[in-house]
Design a protein around this ligand. Structure first.
Ligand SMILES: [Zn+2]
Length: 100
């Protein structure tokens, strides 16, 4: 397959992807959404820890390593009809309850 054929195939696939995305967005817009259970799905984070400096003089280079950080609280729910996934980082003030 020549490069031109590959470009044409890529263009065709991109058009098909765009059509699929538009169809999915349409389905999600008209879906009455029946939400499944809300699941706690925290986002992992990393913290960088300074171990020291390399080099001497007025321009030392810091070096260190990453450690697991405090996960960012997040909740997720999935529509049982269309598969739409919604995530939220917001909680109510009175208790840690997800708000969509
Ligand atoms: Zn839905």
């Amino acid at each position: 397959m020549s490069a031109i054929d590959k470009r044409l195939k890529l263009e065709l696939l991109q058009q098909q992807c765009n059509i699929l995305v538009a169809e999915i967005e349409h389905i999600e817009r008209i879906c009455p959404h029946k939400w499944g259970p809300t699941v706690y799905a925290p986002v992992p984070t990393q913290d960088w820890v300074l171990d020291g400096y390399e080099g001497l003089g007025s321009d030392p280079v810091p070096f260190g390593h990453c450690i697991p950080g405090t996960p960012e609280p997040r909740w997720k729910r999935i529509c049982l009809n269309c598969g739409k996934v919604e995530c939220t980082y917001e909680t109510m003030a009175t208790e840690r309850k997800p708000v969509f």
